[in-house]
Design a protein around this ligand. Structure first.
Ligand SMILES: Cc1ncc(COP(=O)(O)O)c(C=O)c1O
Length: 359
């Protein structure tokens, strides 16, 4: 037997591993998971029925072209079918976008801190991450991001609202930024939490993409639509970007269960958006209560809140877990808590209050 091991790409060395949100403990006190920005509502019965019907055919491959879902999405957004591309969650589509645009020697710009998959998928592509710090108010610094563009820049992520801070960039500043980006650099507007936005000044990326061939919009069924476990997301982009996404897609990546559940979810959009509305109401309640307790909470337009706790982050997360909710700590920086069930939010608020009193 040879002593050598297969030669792997050097880019994979030192890659940060994606930390999934910690699950709620099966036994013991922590009962609610507020660590992954999931939708706390169970699947709608009609959506479940579609998925179960598809489950009866899983001896077959899914529709590789996602025909039904693609045409529903094109109708829903008023775009040509050729501008839609689906993938295994929007993180899968983001990875395809990188595969399509960037490799060794190229640069990818994004704000930091932002979605933790960006550094991972950038490094896997072989490209170099250029992380532009958020402003002191935890918002994308679009001027600094524009200034970071070089001849090597191939892709820029703008996460709006930003994960994990929930903060947004608004129309005027985003348009000004897009006007500064050269036409051969792809700007990816990651709108995983779009449906939770209530600020009318936050533009819909689908409107911005229409006359900008270098803008791609990323959306997902994982959050507002509650299909996180089924792994389906999509991009809306002009040709040739959308065509490149079809080339880089894992063949048959989106299961028939996911496709049919996504179609059923689009058809049940009113009911699902009612749930989103309730979560937005809970968000307002949680933010107001935290502020009342004395915390500084950045304005959030997503289904989570961010507390910049610095060195106290780990202790805060441990206190929450002891109280019965699992949040998402980013060691030394802060913690993100998803807006969940009312009971879970109440436990979180009680834990935050108790922690605050001990400071
Ligand atoms: C900003 C952002 N983009 C994309 C995703 C990926 O979601 P999914 O792959 O489930 O569509 C997430 C998930 O947490 C996210 O926070």
């Amino acid at each position: 037997m040879s002593e050598t091991s297969p030669r792997l790409r050097a880019e994979l060395e030192g890659i940060p591993t994606y930390k999934p949100g910690k699950p709620a403990a099966a036994d013991g006190p922590a009962a609610y998971k507020l660590s992954s920005n999931e939708n706390p509502y169970p699947p709608l019965p009609g959506v479940m029925e579609s998925a179960l019907a598809a489950a009866g055919t899983f001896n077959r491959y899914p529709d590789m072209a996602c025909t039904g879902l693609m045409s529903e999405l094109a109708d829903r957004f008023g775009v040509p079918v050729s501008h839609v591309a689906t993938g295994t969650g929007s993180v899968g589509v983001a990875q395809q976008l990188l595969q399509a645009t960037a490799g060794p020697g190229d640069e990818v710009i994004y704000a930091w801190r932002s979605f933790e998959a960006y550094p991972i998928i950038t490094q896997v592509s072989g490209a170099t991450s250029v992380k532009v710090p958020l402003t002191p108010g935890d918002v994308h610094d679009l001027d600094a991001m524009a200034e970071a563009i070089t001849d090597r820049t191939r892709l820029i992520f703008v996460c709006n609202p930003n994960n994990p801070t929930g903060t947004v960039v608004r129309r005027a500043e985003l348009e000004r930024f897009l006007d500064r980006v050269p036409g051969d650099v792809l700007v990816v507007l990651d709108e995983a939490y779009r449906e939770f936005i209530r600020d009318p000044e936050v533009p819909d990326g689908v409107e911005l993409y229409r006359d900008r061939p270098n803008v791609a919009v990323l959306r997902t069924f994982s959050k507002a639509y509650g299909l996180a476990g089924l792994r389906v997301g999509f991009a809306i982009a002009h040709e040739p970007v959308a065509a490149a996404l079809r080339k880089t897609a894992v063949p048959f990546g989106v299961s028939q269960l996911a496709q049919d559940a996504a179609v059923a979810s689009l058809r049940a959009e009113d009911e699902l958006m009612g749930r989103v509305g309730a979560l937005v109401g809970e968000r307002a309640r949680v933010v107001a209560a935290l502020r009342e307790q004395g915390w500084t909470v950045p304005e959030t337009q997503a289904n989570f809140v961010w507390l910049r706790l610095g060195e106290r982050t780990a202790d805060f997360a441990a206190a929450c877990e002891k109280a019965g909710v699992v949040v998402r700590p980013f060691a030394g920086e802060g913690m993100r808590a998803t807006i969940g069930e009312t009971e879970a939010n109440d436990i979180f608020l009680e834990a935050a209050e108790a922690f605050r009193k001990e400071l």
